[in-house]
Design a binder for this molecule. Structure first.
Ligand code: G4P
Length: 537
């Protein structure tokens, strides 16, 4: 009799490789401490030896990927990257989600390639706008989220208020895993509510901070010695939490409806190991992913993956572009011939790259959850699926409605062909979105982050020899429109021509002059759907 489960040696080793992988991103508002936390995580993983390396990259002192003048000029990393490190028996892929001015569609799209996320909240500021936006993207796939409340060494909001803020603003239940004693000058440390351990805070300490004192329970007299008069505050809080706080529930966490909450101070490397230890244990291993035809499980034998990001000009001499592909099933083997379904061609991937924290290396094998970089000479688009045989198309790597708009103007009229070619290619690789208004001939560019516009101008010049500039244009939002009611859609088009445009793939888009106008139009046309995201063709 045939076994339903494939237990061939190949499959067994695939299974072990999948189970030990964790692929995640960190979401936060600028300055909450994402870079600092990343650095501490990499230190624990032994991926970097020195504090300051990631920070230095951010400030531009030592950019690993400083591929563009603009990046150097501004001292920021325009390109997000992937950092791989090992911790205990786990192989971790940390996908960088830029959160500063360089906030862009990439930031959103990176989150479509993770299985979980860590959310960093500044205890002084609570939930901030960018966190809210990123959370919306996580919600699209119910991504499980762990929360790290940072900067407890400063006077911040009372911890209970922060939890209430998260629950209210982000609509996710909080399950505190640890609880702080004091804050700022009176910050004494963190009590782990589940392990019943106390970690005492010593400012300025760096790697490794790991002295947990195991206690009988919160009534342990050892705590009186450690905390002095602040012990009462902790006992009261623990009693209150036992009554009122939601206990951690793995299933709710995995559904994305509950977030386990940790407190700490990233810069002091305090509370970080606890976060990481819990993260590897509870965060999901690579998950099944939907395609247009079926769910694909990571344990399947045949390789498949999708492209979620394209990074241009890594090597300006070759005009090379690197496509970042998430492996979703099977094992990727270097030199493999795989099918590029959108263009219907088989391609040989001979020198894929894997990203270590400090450098890139050629990779021989990659498993689900891993991100590999493949060289691209302009044929790969965001959202493209590659697989061994079966025609698949992964979904859930959408375009996000732009929030900023510019009209492109040529400085010299002669180059309009090159301009068009450049814009189309840049839009295809996801650097910016391109719209052709129904009523005018100039192109409108749309972006999620302002900096995308500067990148486009710089690249048009460097790669296409086109001198272009922008004019401001009075739009604040875009929505892809559609309807099953063809008559109403035709009416809508007739009545709103001045605000309609076609995107790169010819989809009808409504460009709104104000949020107010948008709301009104949505109300006036109930038969029309207005979409904030759109799947790639
Ligand atoms: P980001 O990537 O989310 O933008 O934040 P980043 O880690 O760069 O941290 C922003 C600022 O917050 C940095 O200060 C950093 O040192 C500080 N920070 C991070 N974690 C903590 C913490 O636990 N406690 C306190 N008090 N500060 C923290 P900066 O002044 O911008 O840079 P630097 O002078 O430290 O280099």
């Amino acid at each position: 009799m045939e076994s339903a489960v494939d237990i061939s040696p190949k499959n067994r080793s695939n299974h072990a490789q999948i189970e030990r992988r964790r692929t995640f991103g960190i979401i936060s508002h600028p300055d909450a401490g994402k870079t600092t936390l990343t650095e501490k995580l990499l230190l624990f993983g032994g991926a970097i030896q020195m504090a300051g390396s990631v920070k230095a990259r951010k400030t531009g002192l030592h950019t690993i990927s400083d591929w563009m003048a603009i990046e150097k000029e501004r001292g920021i990393s325009v390109t997000s990257s992937v950092m791989k490190f090992n911790y205990r028996d786990y192989e971790i892929n940390l996908l960088d989600t830029p959160g500063h001015q360089d906030f862009s569609e990439d930031t959103y799209r990176v989150l479509t390639a993770v299985d979980s996320a860590v959310m960093v909240i500044d205890s002084v500021k609570g939930v901030e706008p960018q966190t809210r936006k990123l959370m919306e993207v996580c919600r699209m796939r119910n991504t499980p989220i762990l929360t790290f409340i940072n900067k407890l060494d400063r006077e911040g909001m009372p911890p209970l208020d922060i939890l209430a803020d998260i629950e209210e603003t982000l609509q996710i239940e909080c399950a505190p895993m640890s609880w702080p004693v004091g804050m700022g000058k009176s910050f004494k440390g963190i009590y782990n509510l589940y392990r019943k351990e106390m970690a005492l805070f010593k400012p300025g300490r760096d790697y490794p901070a790991n002295d947990m004192i195991t206690l009988h329970d919160v009534g342990d007299p050892l705590l009186d010695e450690m905390l002095g008069s602040q012990v009462d505050e902790l006992r009261e809080n623990v009693a209150l939490l036992e009554e009122a706080a939601s206990p951690f529930n793995l299933r709710d966490f995995l559904k994305g409806s509950q977030t386990p909450v940790f407190f700490g101070s990233a810069v002091n490397n305090f509370g970080v190991r606890e976060l990481l230890d819990t993260f590897v244990e509870i965060a999901p291993a690579p998950l099944p992913r939907p395609t247009t035809t079926r769910m694909v499980s990571p344990g399947e034998d045949a390789f498949s993956g999708f492209v979620f990001k394209i990074q241009a000009n890594m090597d300006p001499a070759h005009r090379d572009r690197l496509a970042f592909m998430r492996v979703c099933s099977g094992c990727f083997i270097r030199g493999m011939r795989v099918r590029h379904h959108r263009i219907g061609k088989d391609v040989l991937i001979s020198n894929p790259i894997i990203f270590m924290a400090q450098e890139r290396e050629t990779v021989d094998r990659a498993w689900p959850g891993d991100i590999i970089g493949i060289h691209n000479h302009g044929t790969i688009k965001i959202g493209d699926t590659f697989s061994e045989k079966e025609p698949l198309k992964y979904i859930g790597i959408p375009n996000f409605a732009p929030e900023h708009f510019r009209r492109v103007r040529l400085k010299t009229a002669l180059k309009s062909k090159q301009l068009q070619k450049g814009l189309v290619q840049l839009a295809e690789e996801g650097a910016v979105q391109l719209f052709r208004p129904v009523m005018e001939s100039a192109f409108i560019l749309g972006a999620v982050g302002i900096l995308q516009f500067d990148v486009v101008i710089a690249r048009l010049k460097a790669e296409y020899g086109v001198d272009a500039a922008y004019e401001t244009v009075g739009y604040v939002a875009a929505r892809w429109v559609g309807s099953d009611d063809k008559k109403r859609l035709a009416d809508f088009e007739k009545m709103n021509r001045t605000n309609l445009a076609l995107d790169l793939d010819g989809n009808l888009t409504y460009l709104a002059a104000s949020e107010f106008r948008l709301e009104r139009v949505v109300k006036e046309w109930p038969e029309i759907t207005f979409m904030r995201t759109r799947e790639h063709d």
